[in-house]
Ligand binder design. Sequence first.
Ligand SMILES: [Mg+2]
Length: 404
Amino acid sequence: MPARRILHIDLDAFFASIEQRDHPEYRRRPVVVGAEPGRRGVVAACSYEARRYGVHSAMPISEAVRRLPPETVYLRPRIDYYACVSREALAALGTISPLVESASIDEAYLDISGLDSLFGPPEAIGRRAKAVIREAVGLRASVGIGPNRLVAKLASDYRKPDGLTVVPRERVQAFLDPLPLTALRGVGPKTAPRLRQMGLRTIADVRQVPLLELRRRFGHLAGTRIYAQCRGQADDTVEPGRRRQSISKEITFDSDLCEVETLRETLYWAAQEVGALARRAGRRGVSLTLKLRLADFTTHTLTRSLSVPTAEDRTLFREAWGLYRQSPWSGKPLRLIGLSLSGWDPSDAPSAQRELFPEAGPEEDSKTAKLYRALDAVREKFGKDALHFGVLPAARSQSPKRSS
Ligand SMILES: [Mg+2]
């Protein structure tokens, strides 16, 4: 078996680049996709022209407006459309390797082990990946190639936009050593300051710390993981149907939401979206989380464990609504509501990704599965509002905006 080789591809400034591709008049101008200027909300994505002004995603839109020149283009995100482009890009990558794993809407991992005889050395495969993306969707991408996911991802980050970085196995340590310790997976806002307090800055610094010391400070699992990653040891598997951590939907309101009926309707919409995404991924979850942001910007999350794994809209809605009604924040004005599902049923195997409810369950289960399959097909064809179970109240008085 040939040594494992992983390719990570990241589409550059994905949302903004799609808009610039579709609208030539936006090219070479700062483009911000996100909340409407003058309203509450953040930048979802921005073009490289906007990044030159220090603007980045998750920055409040008011801050972005303050920094950017008047010729800037501000756009609302068209997530469904971007998701279509993402699927086209993913399909194009399938012509290089059958092992393509979508990591997010604009990122994927490919297992390219043993493809040299077909396509040439890693550099050639990297150029090919960029070329198929350009051909299929007309967008630029940055590519990193390495012996595992960690190195491939850091390599694609190394030179952007339009980059291509190959890190052969024997160069891994030299590549990793000068990088800041935050490049390691799982070293975030909690762990990084603690490592810095130890006088460490780079991966080379962290590599000097003995395994037992890392375990003592960060726990057995995290310590071991940090130790291994510093030495370039990481996960090298690519699973086309790898399970997502959670599936979620959030809705930010234009102004504080007070009416219970509108909230109920919005929550039902979120339950439908989460249910449809989970079913498309062939997943059922047992852990439901409701996120509420109040008018004073405090955010609260409530989690409920379901007795049976599910991906059904009605169950998700019923449980979420119950959580909301029992919460101390019921009836209070809201700025944001979010719903997420996780805790996936291990029997929903990754290989069954496209199949809904794969294992034949009791009669009732398969009937429900059939119903949802039909429902999803109609929704896909005629739009999301085409069909629902009829529990929705009257027209919207306040239109919800998707924020993620
Ligand atoms: Mg990207």
